[in-house]
Design a protein around this ligand. Structure first.
Ligand code: SF4
Ligand code: SF4
Ligand code: FES
Length: 386
């Protein structure tokens, strides 16, 4: 047994007061869950403490919450681990106090009904219904079940593992900026049907999701939903699969999201890191591997993007004017560019799906760098991708 302090963000609408923080001391084995801690506090200290739960075994998806700022399930997070995380975060900011509380909040991107209970209907379930979450087969249904090759279902088993807990929605940075974004859970659900061999309307679904300005190209590829998901659904990967399939179907989206994505891939292949000066040009008038091919739409889009570029310079995203001039982007050290090309070649030859993960923090040296004597730049553009 060990003693823990949990600091809960509370909201009791009937009181007429705004949200407030309250601390509870609980006494639990470290292997028990944060949800167990909350239930103990409710039992011993305050019966009005409200939390949604049912299975207590990471199956029903009811107990989504934020623990130390990270979205997940209360019943799947061991209280001992949550304490270690709280201590680690506090010591990283120079707070070495011996009584760091575990901070528990309701999920983000959703209205709070009471304490840790959020309104899943307005954000989560409405978006799930948006993607027509049922099979749309062709013709009359068979007398008995549809027979499909089991191999043809492997691709969608990952998205089928979703328990609709909303943790990914809670952590989604795009949804924070654009509440109308269809979001990670609903788009993972969409892939479950787009990838199903029995569905006859996959192309229509892709067209719909690519043309919706809040659809598949509204995801900023931030990986938060992958970190949050307790069931390994990796919603962002499902969104990338939807994008890939939309590209294979030749679906041109009005925001040039597909062309923009291809531009990223080509620039990294050629330069190793993102040369922002080429991004606009490559997205609308590809030329990195040949002559520029501007067309009316490209010129219109590039002119329309000038305010965005100016905002980028002002906010520091595009750091300086010289960085916007194509051709003066820095090169990767040593033969690192050959390594990047080898990764591309391997992925193409093996039809492999790969995502880039940024390892470490900006400016931080990782062990391998130290061994290789590589000096890491403080420029995020040069952060190493694995
Ligand atoms: S990867 Fe995309 S869907 Fe997932 S949290 Fe980030 S923006 Fe949202
Ligand atoms: S994708 Fe994962 S995090 Fe999102 S609702 Fe489904 S199980 Fe929860
Ligand atoms: S109580 Fe069912 S998932 Fe946590």
């Amino acid at each position: 047994m060990a003693e823990y302090t949990i600091k809960v963000r509370r909201f009791q609408p009937e009181s007429g007061e705004g949200p407030y923080w309250e601390e509870f001391n609980v006494d639990l084995d470290p292997s028990l869950s944060v949800l167990d801690g909350l239930l103990q506090a409710k039992d011993r200290d305050d019966g009005s403490l409200s939390v949604r739960c049912s299975c207590r075994a990471a199956i029903c998806g009811s107990c989504g919450m934020k623990i130390n700022g990270q979205s997940g399930l209360g019943c799947k997070t061991q209280i001992g681990e949550a304490q270690e995380q709280a201590d680690k975060t506090a010591s990283a900011v120079g707070n070495d106090s011996s009584s760091i509380p575990i901070v528990i909040e309701p999920m983000g991107n959703m209205p709070v009904i009471k304490d840790l209970i959020t309104d899943m209907e307005s954000t989560h379930w409405t978006k799930i219904r948006r993607v027509t979450p049922w099979l749309l087969p062709h013709g009359e249904p068979p007398e008995r079940e549809y027979i499909v090759e089991s191999e043809s279902m492997i691709d969608i088993t990952q998205s089928m593992a979703c328990i609709q807990c909303g943790a990914c929605v809670s952590s989604c940075l795009s949804m924070e900026a654009d509440p109308d974004f269809i979001g990670p859970a609903a788009l993972a659900k969409a892939y479950r049907f787009v990838g199903d061999p029995r569905d006859a309307e996959s192309k229509e679904r892709l067209h719909d999701l690519a043309h919706d300005p809040h659809g598949i190209y509204d995801c900023t590829h931030c990986f938060s939903c992958i970190d949050a998901c307790p069931k390994g659904v990796a919603p962002m990967d499902q969104i990338m699969r939807l994008r890939r399939k939309a590209g294979e179907e030749g679906i041109e989206d009005p925001n040039s999201g597909h062309d923009h994505e291809i531009a990223f891939v080509k620039i990294i292949e050629k330069k190793g890191t993102l040369d922002e000066s080429l991004l606009l040009q490559e997205s609308f008038a590809p030329g990195i591997k040949g002559k520029l091919k501007p067309n009316k739409r490209a010129i219109r889009e590039m002119l329309g993007s000038i305010p965005t570029a100016i905002r980028g310079i002002k906010t520091g995203k595009m750091r300086s004017l010289p960085k916007l001039i194509p051709g003066i982007h820095h090169k990767l050290p040593g033969d690192a560019q050959d390594d990047v090309k080898a990764i591309y070649k391997h992925a193409e030859e093996h039809s492999e799906e790969f995502n880039l993960y940024i390892k470490g923090e900006e400016g931080e040296l990782v062990d391998e760098d130290v061994e290789k004597g590589i000096e890491r730049s403080t420029d995020p553009d040069t952060a190493e991708a694995k």
